[in-house]
Design a protein around this ligand. Structure first.
Ligand SMILES: Nc1ncnc2c1ncn2[C@@H]1O[C@H](COP(=O)(O)OP(=O)(O)O)[C@@H](O)[C@H]1O
Ligand SMILES: Cc1ncc(COP(=O)(O)OP(=O)(O)O)c(N)n1
Length: 264
């Protein structure tokens, strides 16, 4: 048997199972990757929205990372909901200490229903401590607007914001275009020199809870297996579109995607 690839998620728990730690671990498993986790916060949520957020003590987050990484190790890691500046600093310290090179930063800020998953004053810490450690950052358009301070309403403005975010230190910027109107979705990958545009169909559905988490987990799993970045992004994209297309009809609101979708 080939050596088992390992990936770690550092994120919040979604009790509804569609986003956060739960989406990440299900996705890692579907990609044949052994998943480990460091939980940053417990959220109370279902498909109708988030009704509670309980951050863990910073020390508990750092200890989870430390004990897993010193024993099991990891081939790649991703961050999701980090909630506050103190947790961001501690997570960045552990990532540096264990020299985790393949780091995917999903800069989770606000859930679809509007709940705050990152405090406003933590954005400076995200830029200062975590972004310089990232192999790739995966902002959606509102997150890219917060980070860059630029308005994004066109593909050209997406490229402009990608350039600004790349200056903050990540080696690649993968900007997700799901929030722009249109029948097709254009995602843009920037490596500091070239832009790669990926266009795919928009599936007409309300069941898109956890799309960002699931996409970034798929990307992390592929990086853990040693897949080169552009190909890893392409595979993660094909997975999320299929997961949205075949979403199970769960709950009364925005349901989760299908974490059993085929990996191609
Ligand atoms: N309705 C949809 N149909 C197809 N792909 C989608 C749809 N909504 C989002 N995606 C894809 O899911 C991923 C996450 O998208 P996005 O909605 O932009 O981010 P987030 O979930 O972080 O808000 C992107 O790769 C995007 O192209
Ligand atoms: C615990 C937790 N983490 C992240 C999110 C947001 O995930 P995302 O993939 O951006 O999906 P939506 O919230 O936009 O549906 C979350 N809800 N909970």
């Amino acid at each position: 048997m080939n050596r088992l690839a390992k990936a770690m998620t550092i994120a919040g728990s979604d009790s509804g199972g569609g986003a956060g730690i739960q989406a990440d671990l299900k996705t890692f498993h579907q990609f044949g990757v052994y998943g480990t986790s460091a939980i940053t916060a417990v959220t109370v949520q279902n498909t109708l929205g988030v009704t509670g957020v309980y951050p863990l003590p910073t020390e508990a987050v750092a200890q989870q990372m430390h004990e897993v990484l010193r024993d099991i190790g990891t081939d790649a890691a991703k961050t999701g909901m980090l909630f506050n500046a103190e947790i961001i600093e501690a997570v960045s310290r552990e990532i540096s200490h264990f020299d985790v090179k393949k780091l995917v930063v999903d800069p989770v800020m606000i859930a679809k229903g509007g709940a705050k998953l990152l405090q406003d004053e933590a954005i400076a810490a995200l830029k200062r401590f975590l972004l310089p450690l990232a192999e790739v950052i995966t902002p959606n358009l509102p997150e890219a607007e917060f980070l860059s301070g630029l308005r994004i309403e066109t593909p050209e403005q997406m490229r402009e914001a990608a350039r600004a975010i790349h200056q903050m230190g990540p080696r690649h910027v993968m900007m997700k275009g799901g929030h722009l109107q249109g029948d097709a979705i254009v995602d843009i990958l920037y490596d500091g020199r070239d832009f790669f545009e990926m266009e795919h169909e928009r599936v007409p559905t309300r069941h898109t809870h956890g799309t960002g988490c699931t996409f970034s987990a798929a990307l992390t799993a592929e990086l853990a297996k040693g897949t080169p970045l552009v190909e890893a992004v392409d595979r993660a994209n094909r997975f999320i579109v299929e997961a949205i297309r075949t979403a199970p009809q769960i709950g009364g609101g925005h349901g989760p995607t299908n974490h059993w979708a085929a990996v191609k």
